[in-house]
Design a protein around this ligand. Structure first.
Ligand code: ADP
Ligand code: X15
Length: 397
């Protein structure tokens, strides 16, 4: 895919550069708990202010669906960006309209400004041309450095790229290059591990993914949805009960292409979603009706480790359990450490990605040993499926 990069951006002193970044970072008690996504966009921001541009950051946070949900404000993220950047980052309470244009008008060369959550406006996810135009009014140039949101055809990732001269940021460039080099010709057997909580937005891509990999381990909320589709009572677990047809299609596609699907064999259940909650490991036919599955059990961990030992290439998105609260991090940590060991031993090419997956690998102390860690989860899986990513396509020169 040919696109222009920051190398093509010269003479931009005083120009307003709208930079789409992914600041959808894990938070804990109002603080950023994993800053990987912020760290990855710093080179682009630095390069632009070194060239004396006015750097205006556009980003989404969570899924507020067009409402001003206070918990999904980017306001607490601005200080985190500022402290990692080592210079002030101003914040405007809206990404369009007077609040945004006033803040942009007040900028001097080399200043950095973060605009409020683009998803506070319905036009963002609808890719409404009026919304994209309102965003574009505050910039002379558009840079997309949010590879991890490039699978979304939204106003700030796609629409705006059609309205302003558009360039790829350094992270966008680096992610695409790294994925091609790590997974362009993967050594088989290829193992995919997919877990996490974003079941409905990721389940569809599994149907294609099974034709590209030899084994697919399913964990997290995704596994609960598969178990429920197989008639297992998952109690109060995070689960999307109306996706049984989709699950059946995926199972059929896997059988056709010879991909082994590995579902949990046992489950760690609790009645409360909090650290240290009383918990037990149970068989799948013994999940209490008033309990939730918060992790996969010991037998499942052994099954995952065995697949990691068989694989020569691993692609992983989505934790196997609710790893943020102990002891429900056990399976994710065990799998991460095992993959890290095999990678260190030269037996495995390991690529993992996703905002929470990266946080989980950091929590396990395994991130540095992985062959490549992407900021992207869904976008990385869609890239692996061979799909065009709208945010990348729109940058096409
Ligand atoms: N069994 C489970 N029940 C509830 N939440 C879970 C479960 N397993 C994983 N999760 C949650 O999934 C979230 C990560 O999912 P997701 O956003 O899809 O991953 P990523 O950000 O890496 O793409 C984590 O916050 C984790 O707590
Ligand atoms: O966190 C993200 O994706 P990921 O969870 O797949 O890594 C991106 O910010 C995209 O967010 P979205 O899945 O709400 O569009």
């Amino acid at each position: 895919m040919a696109f222009k990069t920051l190398d093509d951006l010269t003479d931009i002193a005083g120009k307003r550069v709208l930079v789409r970044v992914d600041l959808n970072v894990p938070m804990d008690g109002g603080n950023v708990s994993d800053a990987t996504r912020i760290e990855r966009v710093l080179p682009t921001i630095r390069e632009l202010f070194d060239k004396k541009a006015k750097v205006i950051l556009l980003a989404h946070f969570g899924r507020p669906k067009g409402e001003r949900v206070p918990e999904m404000s980017l306001a607490p993220v601005a200080p985190a960006v500022s402290s990692l950047l080592g210079r002030p980052v101003a914040f405007a309470g809206d990404c369009i309209g007077q609040a945004a244009s006033g803040a942009v008008a007040a900028m001097a060369e080399g200043d950095v400004l973060l605009l409020e959550n683009t998803r506070y406006h319905k036009g963002e996810e609808k890719n409404d041309p009026d919304f994209a135009r309102a965003l574009a009014e505050n910039g002379d140039i558009y840079v997309n450095d949010a590879f991890s949101a490039a699978h979304r055809a939204h106003g700030s990732t796609e629409g705006i790229a059609r309205l302003l001269p558009a360039y790829a940021g350094r992270t966008m460039q680096a992610e695409l290059e790294a994925l091609v080099s790590a997974l362009g010709q993967p050594v088989r057997p290829v193992l995919a591990v997919v877990g996490g909580a974003k079941v409905s937005s990721k389940i569809d891509l599994l149907e294609n993914l099974v034709s590209r990999v030899d084994m697919l381990v399913i964990g997290g909320g995704m596994a609960n949805t598969f178990l429920a589709a197989k008639g297992i009572d998952v109690g109060k677990s995070l689960c999307e009960h109306d996706l049984a047809d989709t699950v059946n299609k995926i199972m059929a596609a896997a059988e056709k292409s010879g991909c082994e699907i590995v579902l949990p064999e046992d489950a760690v259940v609790a009645r409360e979603f909090k650290a240290g909650a009383a918990n037990e490991t149970v068989a799948l036919d013994a999940i209490p009706a008033d309990a939730m599955i918060l992790d996969v059990g010991a037998a499942s961990i052994e099954a995952v480790k065995a697949r990691i030992d068989t694989a020569r290439t691993l692609v992983w998105n989505g934790p196997l359990g609710a790893f943020e609260i102990e002891p429900f991090d056990r399976a994710t940590v065990a799998a991460a450490k095992h993959a890290a060991e095999n990678t260190r031993a030269g037996k495995l090419n390991s690529v993992a990605g996703g905002g929470d997956t990266v946080a989980a690998l950091n929590h396990a102390g395994a991130a540095d040993d992985f062959s490549y860690v992407s900021t992207a989860g869904g976008a990385f899986l869609e890239w692996l499926e061979g799909k065009d990513l709208p945010g990348v396509t729109a940058l096409g020169a």
